[in-house]
Design a protein around this ligand. Structure first.
Ligand code: B12
Ligand code: SF4
Length: 459
């Protein structure tokens, strides 16, 4: 069968963002090709960022199956792609997958006639099963029922859901992603860094994160497998790596072993990774830096103890500061990420957040609004978080681009958006860490400490 994977366009200029080869397709390609199928990939952001490029590709390749990935923010564009396929005159089935539709398979098929199938969770094996069930000829319901983790329309018109296969624990058995499906030249021209995944799942259970459910149990690639892939991407021309794992160092022994393997092979390639605060330990950080790590990304989310407890972050603001210091003392840069408009945020707590960040002194900071994503507790039970979501189907339009999709009992969505702008403006201003601002910090922080918003920070 001929499979075409399409990476959705963006509803805005994509060249303000990181753009990486989508590894979901590369992993599935490894398995599809091994089963004898043909795979092509179209990355719309690099093809004019519109649907116009799709028609000629469909006409030329005439795929049997078109696969489209999406996160909540790209679902709208994924749906446009499905419609374009169905209107193209090419007789192709459309399958959706990825971290958004995994939680809405029935809703997706009920509301969107252009989507034929949804594959849930990891799909390396199930997409091969789907190809076997579909072709050649018409997909029979009995055959579809044998595909794992598949949502499809039955002959009677209802949506059926088959049970997903248990997650593969021996991750190395998935093999390496097939990057030969990508035209790498535009990616290399755009960014010297690329993504490598070395684990799936996360041991944490943050209630705003869909990995909590999708990840189930964390699974790890072995150090040899990881460093083999690092060498491969270096040979392809990338000069730096972002380990996109939810938590690269969730298994500290493995993080140290990967670092030792990098050094043993004399691989000179800078890299960066996500890290949970609880995993920041001096021995791990030291080993990582010696093996080429230059920065870690850490989700701080909030400076309020009660909020961190509510969202099950598993950390306190004081502990986060301690961990941040360990990171920086180990000679690594810190990328700190915050949720603006988290439960309980007010003008006062957000002003205090900026002071906290002055104390923290990260190299990079990102400010995200609370986005209630399907599959999360925040989406299912917003009232528990003091959040209102005026449009439950917010991911079916691009309104989120202009206005946060929820408001809290303490802040309107406009106030949240203004605070995000202000946080970026202040953080990027040369005055942010000016000595006179820092000099006033003790007073300011003592105010928010004594207000009970956070507990005293040691030192
Ligand atoms: C790398 C990455 C990016 C990169 C590039 C993404 C890309 N083109 O690959 C960049 C930096 C651009 C990025 C941006 C964003 N990202 Co991002 N990103 C990731 C990250 C770290 C790794 C993705 C990856 O390669 N995974 C490895 C592959 C193998 O796993 P996978 O993608 O899940 O794919 C498997 C299955 O899901 C399924 N599958 C996936 N797609 C498809 C498609 C079909 C047809 C089928 C059948 C199956 C299938 O099969 C695959 C193989 O098993 C994930 C975290 C994670 N752990 O996955 C977050 C993640 C996907 N990102 C996320 C978010 C929120 C964003 C942003 C919105 C962030 C922001 N605020 O701007 C933007 C959105 C950009 C956009 N509009 O698309 C969330 C999505 C949550 C959600 N439920 O929607 C994730 C899950 C992080 C998280 N834990 O919250 N991201
Ligand atoms: S630590 Fe990160 S990836 Fe893990 S559940 Fe929390 S937010 Fe999600």
């Amino acid at each position: 069968m001929r499979v075409l994977f399409v990476n959705p366009h963006y509803p805005h200029d994509p060249f303000t963002l990181l753009l990486h080869p989508p590894l979901c397709y590369a992993y599935m390609s490894t398995h599809l090709k091994a089963a004898g199928h043909e795979v092509r990939h179209a990355d719309l952001p690099f093809l004019g960022n519109t649907l116009d490029a799709l028609g000629p590709i469909l006409a030329d390749y005439r795929p049997d199956l078109v696969g489209v990935t999406s996160v909540a923010q790209s679902y709208c564009q994924a749906l446009e792609i499905a419609a374009a396929v169905k209107n193209s005159g090419v007789d192709a089935k459309v399958v959706f997958g990825g971290p958004h539709v995994t939680f809405l398979p029935t809703e997706c098929l009920t509301r969107h006639a252009d989507v034929d199938y949804v594959l849930l969770y990891d799909a390396e094996q199930s997409i091969v099963e789907l190809c076997a069930a579909i072709g050649p000829g018409r997909a029979e319901e009995a055959a579809l029922r044998k595909v794992s983790g598949l949502a499809f329309r039955t002959d009677a018109g209802s949506v059926a859901l088959t049970p997903p296969a248990p997650p593969l624990m021996a991750l190395d058995e998935l093999g390496r992603p097939d990057r030969s499906i990508f035209d790498l030249a535009p990616y290399l021209a755009y960014d010297y860094e690329t993504v490598v995944m070395t684990a799936r799942g996360c041991p944490s259970r943050c209630t705003f994160c869909s990995t909590t459910i999708a990840g189930r149990k964390p699974r790890w690639n072995s150090p040899v497998h990881v460093v083999d892939e690092m060498e491969e991407v270096a040979e392809l021309g990338f000069q730096s790596i972002f380990f996109g794992d939810d938590t690269f160092s969730g298994d500290p022994k493995r993080a140290i072993a990967i670092s030792a393997e990098i050094r043993a092979r004399g691989l000179d390639l800078p890299w960066t990774s996500n890290m949970r605060a609880q995993d920041a330990k001096p021995a791990v950080l030291e080993a990582m830096r010696e093996a080429g790590a230059y920065r870690v990304f850490m989700g701080f989310e909030s400076i309020q103890k009660a909020t961190l407890r509510l969202i099950k972050k598993g950390a306190t603001p004081e502990r986060m500061i301690e961990k941040a210091r360990l990171v920086m003392d180990a000679g690594l840069e810190l990328h700190a990420s915050f949720i603006i408009g988290a439960p309980g945020d007010t003008d006062e707590t957000l002003a205090a957040t900026l002071d906290y960040i002055r104390l923290l002194n990260p190299t990079v900071a990102t400010f995200n609004v609370m986005e209630p994503r399907p599959g999360t507790d925040v989406f299912s039970r917003p009232e528990q978080y003091g959040i209102e979501i005026p449009d439950r189907y917010w991911y079916e339009s691009t309104g989120w681009l202009y206005e946060p999709v929820c408001r809290t009992t303490t802040l309107t969505s406009t106030q949240i958006r203004d605070w995000v702008d202000q946080c970026y403006m202040e953080f990027c201003s040369p005055d942010f860490r000016a000595p006179e601002r820092l000099a006033t910090l003790d007073d300011a922080t003592s105010q928010w400490r004594s207000s009970g918003l956070v507990e005293p920070v040691a030192g």
